[in-house]
Design a protein around this ligand. Structure first.
Ligand code: PGA
Length: 245
């Protein structure tokens, strides 16, 4: 199975996400591909309705760790599930670095996803400084241990996304990680996750993926698919990426 996840971040207007949804309905998703689009929270309900019955699932970009209550501005995993989300990103580096999300919060959000029946897509990855200081493996271990230790997780409740922070694009401009280097880190991640959960879970790569390089990642042993940001905002780009898989 190859996962193709599209994280729309805060790129699309309501009209753009609507036309993306319409376009996605016209794309044939091959049997070996599991596709999901992660719209802005504001557009998730409409997108999920639009995608109902299609082979494109819908996911949330973030969830609150609490199930319900006095949490102004927050949206729980339960509410996301009710709106049609089957997946949720947890611990995306933009959440960690821009919004100050802690490792403890990622642990609570994973528990919230499990409770709500939403598959958590845990994002991990090192910054450029950490990479240059040779700390990548230690950073990945700390992020995985912080998020996963003490949780009882079954193999189908979790997917891990390796997203080196330095490789994530800013509005399409980024420095991609070489497929071989990504595959090497996936091996490290797989063994840490197996040690912590007792399971083999899918591990996908994210950071400046587009239709030109998608295949070079997906053909690597141990890379189960991709999490795409900027290049997932148009139906044409989805079509080209799927054609390349
Ligand atoms: P990008 O984003 O494809 O625009 O680099 C990936 C992500 O942050 O999930």
């Amino acid at each position: 199975m190859t996962y193709l996840f599209g994280n729309l971040k805060m790129y699309c207007t309501g009209g753009e996400s609507q036309s993306l949804a319409t376009g996605l309905l016209h794309i044939e998703i091959p049997e070996h591909v599991t596709a999901a689009v992660f719209p802005n929270t504001l557009h998730l309900t409409d997108m999920a309705k639009e995608m109902e019955g299609s082979r494109v699932h819908v996911g949330a970009q973030n969830v609150a760790w609490a199930p319900q209550g006095a949490y102004t501005g927050a949206t729980s995993a339960h509410l996301m599930a009710e709106a049609g989300a089957q997946y949720a990103l947890v611990g995306h580096s933009e959440r960690r670095h821009i919004f100050g999300e802690t490792i403890e919060a990622t642990q609570q959000k994973i528990a919230a996803c499990i409770d709500a029946g939403v598959v958590a897509v845990l994002c991990v990855g090192e910054s450029k400084e950490e990479r240059d200081a040779g700390q990548t493996d230690a950073v990945l271990r700390a992020q995985l241990e912080g998020a996963l230790s003490g949780q009882t997780i079954t193999a189908d409740e979790l997917i891990v996304a390796y997203e080196p922070v330095w490789a994530i694009s800013k509005a399409g401009e980024g420095e991609p990680c070489s497929p071989q280097a990504a595959a090497d880190q996936h091996k490290v991640i797989r063994s840490i996750v197996a040690e912590l959960t007792g399971h083999e879970v899918p591990v996908v790569y994210g950071g400046s993926v587009d239709h030109e390089n998608i295949q070079s990642y997906c053909e690597q042993a141990g890379i189960d698919g991709v999490l795409v940001g900027h290049a997932s905002t148009t139906a044409q780009s989805w079509e080209q990426m799927i054609a390349a898989l």
